[in-house]
Design a protein around this ligand. Structure first.
Ligand SMILES: *[C@@H]1O[C@H](CO)[C@@H](O)[C@H](O)[C@H]1NC(C)=O
Ligand SMILES: *[C@@H]1O[C@H](CO)[C@@H](O)[C@H](O)[C@H]1NC(C)=O
Ligand SMILES: *[C@@H]1O[C@H](CO)[C@@H](O)[C@H](O)[C@H]1NC(C)=O
Ligand SMILES: *[C@@H]1O[C@H](CO)[C@@H](O)[C@H](O)[C@H]1NC(C)=O
Ligand SMILES: *[C@@H]1O[C@H](CO)[C@@H](O)[C@H](O)[C@H]1NC(C)=O
Ligand SMILES: *[C@@H]1O[C@H](CO)[C@@H](O)[C@H](O)[C@H]1NC(C)=O
Ligand SMILES: *[C@@H]1O[C@H](CO)[C@@H](O)[C@H](O)[C@H]1NC(C)=O
Ligand SMILES: *[C@@H]1O[C@H](CO)[C@@H](O)[C@H](O)[C@H]1NC(C)=O
Ligand SMILES: *[C@@H]1O[C@H](CO)[C@@H](O)[C@H](O)[C@H]1NC(C)=O
Ligand SMILES: *[C@@H]1O[C@H](CO)[C@@H](O)[C@H](O)[C@H]1NC(C)=O
Length: 864
């Protein structure tokens, strides 16, 4: 019998040992599985081999005695054994079994059990599928392996045991596979799977006489308080990534109020982590003064930091400045400030005996005390350092006698936003205000009040953009006499603001008349703001608050929120509208998820209506008079507009687009004291090629829309305007075949077939020939002879992603032979070379040659 071969008694001895004396290293954890009493027990479910009534003959006392909670007799074929209730039919051959948590619980009252594989003759395989409930994770503990492959130093050969998650599990050498010819694991090798359903596969690929393993399994609660439920918590898993997460301060704060702080953990913690992984945990805060405390409560990695380590970066990418690297078992608490931090976890190859289980860290956010900075917005530095630092060369500036000038340095290292006023400083004929930001900052300055008294430009204000060292340009020059008082009748709206191109801006105030009294003095006052373009998008010129994020160089994920909190907005008394635009690059899409909206004025005359085609603001008065938040696609296509009575239960509202996506924040009447409404949204540039290639020069092929995992929130909208150009340099007749199994309204999505237009605007869409709607199910289109280049466009605005297949093929003719019956060159036919871009020439020559070989390029080309 299998049990004796595996020397179950020996196991039990050390199983007991480990459960009575918990493991020394508390970081390794597994669910303790032990039942019954005393160490004379035969196995998990069999109390004694003999001495109890046989279920089939009550007077016969020769049968095994079962553990009272959950043990059931194996029956006639194995009178001396018991097993877990519910699994009786697998008593003698526990192979290819599906174990459903709820059923196991109902039958045996237990959420755990044991798997003892039959003795297999390789090559062969057994699988075990576990179906947990939604609040459980699957845990497998492996204690014993016999003749199950070998580890050759990098991977398993000849056989393995692997736990893989998901309905279509992948078994791969770059995942956690364990193997060995005669292994006893104490502590056990512990795997966790968190994707719902999980399958344990025992696969022997070489010839063996007897291959076997022993494991325990558990459906472990995700809120297990002993740490077994640990997994990333409070964060957001980033779509299309293996193991990347986003943690946002406000979300963590919220979850903390509910009693759970945010938790980062390596995949499948506290089980063994998988090999060859790079997991990125992005941490974002809503302002620079928020301190992030990362406490590594558990850490167990190999000692040398070469292949398995954790790196923390100040910024959002791995090319940002490296703050620290951790490995081994140095638990630590680290504190940083910053809008973006990146925690990167990397693992190398597998490391027998498979007991490195990664890390767990908790996150805490707290505000830095601002008392000192709020009152002293400027810092005066000795002139000598300043002149060396900022004014190395220009005569007109350095020629001023040193004694008669002052320099005021305002550093973006210390304060990100504030007021300045030259009256707070000692009077000098020349004062320089130097705003110096961090490397990725630009400086934004606005003047609220100034007074220059002397006639004919004897006093002057100069605004200088100091791009890099010796590249300076004067942006503006204000001559005396002039008086400006903010908030007087003439200046009700936003002030002109000055924006630097680099991280430094210099403002020079030259005064020619010494003041008789402070009241009369010439002065300048305003506000400034350091804007980090790496994190908050590229500022757009001539605008107070418009930014752009380009998918190529922006962080791939982050947060945005409402503008209007910086001092620069102090002077605004009227409407405020800000555009934050996201532009994905070619093979990206952008997802924006509006997570929260606060304090939006409850206009009774505007309601938000959401349907399959997005959300709309339905209002009786013009939208500009109403606070609202909009998500717009390309060409100002409305995807979502949220206003007035919009209630938070509609949130989150999200959109994923393959063209640009713009968030417009509009406050009908902004004042510094009332401010506008608040919102926060997360964004992520997804790498996806769902729109596929854009130009096809092959003569036949197909385009199929890939599937995406559906979003969790109801109000998630897809907007696509994908185009595909089918191009040929030789004369042809195109036949298109479009099928779809969906039955959706034409307005949800449709595919249109156009002539190619050489003009680049409107995506090269020329004259329209056909429109396919999903209700058509299947249509074939035969396009006119010699319409060699066509553009197919998919247009989507819907909650569901379209599903369809487009096939095309071409009839071509030998270069100088005419097709019988085909018309000769049409009078107004455009020479096909008009469509060519110079560098595609050689490709088309190749095509020309190919086309000579291929008279009828049939569907054989489809399955390339
Ligand atoms: C039940 O077991 C007893 C004792 O072994 C035996 O005498 C008896 O014949 C059995 N009865 C049946 C119906 O098999
Ligand atoms: C278990 O199922 C797999 C296919 O799913 C099969 O290849 C294998 O032989 C089965 N194992 C046994 C022992 O029946
Ligand atoms: C181990 O086996 C894998 C897969 O067969 C192979 O690619 C790799 O080169 C082997 N490594 C060594 C060190 O032999
Ligand atoms: C865990 O969750 C389950 C179901 O949601 C609940 O019944 C149980 O009390 C929770 N346990 C703890 C320790 O919070
Ligand atoms: C999070 O909580 C901390 C302390 O409770 C607070 O200082 C901080 O401002 C909060 N952050 C956000 C974004 O709410
Ligand atoms: C110094 O700056 C002024 C503008 O302030 C400019 O016109 C002049 O060319 C600069 N001189 C040098 C030497 O760079
Ligand atoms: C800001 O901090 C950086 C790095 O700590 C330093 O190099 C730079 O000199 C500081 N800038 C100012 C103006 O203090
Ligand atoms: C995406 O496109 C860029 C440039 O267009 C290219 O460098 C990059 O390799 C592409 N990435 C993928 C995953 O195709
Ligand atoms: C919303 O209003 C409340 C009360 O006036 C205020 O405490 C809170 O900070 C406001 N929230 C935002 C995001 O402006
Ligand atoms: C095609 O779809 C778009 C948006 O989904 C819609 O605006 C347009 O009206 C549709 N075309 C037709 C002919 O229905």
């Amino acid at each position: 019998m299998a049990s004796s071969k595996l020397s179950i008694y020996a196991f039990l001895l050390w199983l007991l040992w480990f459960h009575v004396f918990p493991p020394m290293d508390a970081q390794l954890m597994w669910t303790s599985i032990y039942l019954g009493s005393g160490n004379s027990q035969i196995d998990l479910w069999t109390q004694e081999a003999k001495g109890c009534a046989c279920p089939w003959n009550r007077t016969d006392q020769q049968c095994a005695c079962c553990v009272s909670e959950g043990g059931c007799h194996c029956g006639k074929n194995a009178p001396n054994r018991c097993t877990q209730c519910g699994l009786e039919e697998h008593c003698n051959h526990m192979c290819n079994v599906t174990i459903i948590s709820s059923e196991l619980m109902a039958r045996s009252g237990k959420s755990f059990g044991q798997i003892k594989s039959p003795s297999l003759e390789g090559p062969d395989a057994c699988w075990y599928t576990f179906i947990p409930s939604s609040t459980q994770r699957v845990e497998v503990q492996i204690y014993r392996l016999v003749n199950a492959g070998k580890h050759n130093g990098t991977s398993c050969v000849g056989g393995f045991l692997q736990l893989a998650g998901g309905p279509e599990p992948q078994y791969s050498q770059t995942d956690n596979q364990i193997c060995g010819s005669n292994e006893r694991y104490a502590p056990p090798v512990v795997f966790f799977a968190d994707d719902g359903l999980a399958t344990l596969l025992f696969q022997i690929t070489e010839k063996t006489r007897r291959s076997q393993f022993l494991a325990y399994f558990s459906f472990t609660s995700i809120n297990n308080s002993d740490g077994l439920g640990y997994q990333p918590r409070g964060g957001m898993k980033l779509q299309n990534t293996d193991c990347d997460w986003l943690y946002q301060d406000f979300a963590c704060n919220k979850s903390e109020q509910e009693g759970n702080s945010c938790v980062l953990a390596s995949p499948s913690y506290p089980g063994v982590y998988p090999p060859y992984r790079q997991c990125k945990y992005h941490i974002t805060t809503s302002n620079e003064n928020i301190q992030v405390r990362i406490s590594f409560t558990a850490l167990l990695l190999p000692q040398n930091c070469k292949t398995d380590y954790i790196s923390i970066y100040q910024g959002s990418t791995t090319s940002s400045p490296l703050l620290t690297t951790l490995c081994g078992n140095q638990r630590k608490t680290l504190e940083y400030y910053g809008l973006n931090l990146l925690v990167e976890f990397r693992s190398g190859s597998q490391k027998p005996p498979f007991d490195y289980n990664g890390f767990v860290a908790t996150l805490k956010f707290s505000e830095r005390s601002l008392t000192t900075e709020a009152t002293t917005t400027v810092h005066i530095h000795p002139r000598t350092t300043m002149s060396n630092l900022i004014f190395p060369m220009n005569e007109s500036i350095t020629s001023t006698p040193e004694t008669s000038s002052c320099d005021i340095l305002i550093s973006g290292n210390n304060t990100r936003s504030g007021h300045f006023d030259t009256r707070e400083h000692e009077w000098h004929p020349i004062c320089r205000l130097v705003f110096q930001g961090r490397v990725t900052d630009v400086v934004h300055v606005s003047f609220f009040n100034y007074r220059l008294r002397t006639p004919s430009c004897k006093s002057v204000i100069e605004v200088i953009d100091n791009r890099i060292e010796d590249k300076r340009s004067i942006i503006d020059r204000i001559c005396s006499p002039i008086l400006k008082q903010s908030r007087d009748q003439d200046y009700r709206s936003a002030e002109p603001t000055f924006l630097s191109t680099g991280n430094t801006m210099i403002i020079i105030l030259k005064r020619s008349s010494a003041p008789l009294s402070t009241n009369e003095a010439e002065f300048l006052a305003g506000a400034y703001f350091f804007h980090d373009e790496q994190i908050s998008g590229t500022m757009q010129p001539n605008a107070l608050c418009d930014v752009k994020f380009n998918g190529i160089n922006s962080p791939l994920a982050g947060m945005i929120d409402n503008p209007g909190t910086q001092h620069l907005y102090w002077n605004i008394d009227g409407p405020l509208s800000c555009r934050q635009q996201f532009i994905p690059s070619n093979n990206q899409s952008i997802t924006i998820k509006v997570q929260s909206i606060e304090n939006m004025s409850k206009e009774p005359n505007c309601v938000t209506q959401c349907g399959d085609n997005g959300c709309r603001c339905v209002s009786s008065s013009p939208l500009k008079n109403i606070d609202h938040l909009m998500l717009l696609g390309d060409n100002n296509l409305n995807i979502a507009c949220l206003c007035g009575s919009f209630q938070t239960e509609g949130l989150p509202v999200s959109a994923r687009t393959w063209g640009s996506l713009t968030v417009i924040y509009s406050v009908a009447y902004y004042t510094w004291t009332k401010k506008g409404f608040g919102f926060s949204a997360s964004y992520a540039f997804n790498t996806d090629t769902i729109c596929g290639e854009h130009i096809y020069t092959v003569h036949s092929g197909e385009i199929v829309m890939k599937n995406l995992t559906p979003p969790e929130n109801l109000n998630h909208f897809y907007q696509q305007s994908c185009t595909w150009t089918l191009h040929s340099n030789v004369e042809r007749q195109l036949e298109l075949d479009i099928t779809s199994e969906q039955n959706r309204p034409c307005t949800a999505w449709n595919i249109s077939i156009h002539e190619y237009s050489p003009s680049p605007e409107n995506q090269h869409l020329g004259e329209l020939h056909h429109i396919f709607c999903s209700r058509d199910n299947h249509k074939s289109y035969l396009l006119p002879w010699k319409l060699n280049t066509v553009v197919i466009r998919l247009f989507t605005l819907s909650r569901t992603l379209p599903q369809f297949k487009i096939k095309w093929r071409s009839q071509v003719v030998r270069a100088n032979t005419r097709f019988i019956g085909a018309p000769s060159a049409a009078p107004n036919a455009v020479s096909s070379t008009d469509y060519l871009e110079p560098n595609s020439m050689s490709l088309l020559y190749m095509l020309l040659i190919l086309s000579k070989l291929c008279f009828w390029c049939g569907p054989s080309g489809l399955n390339r």
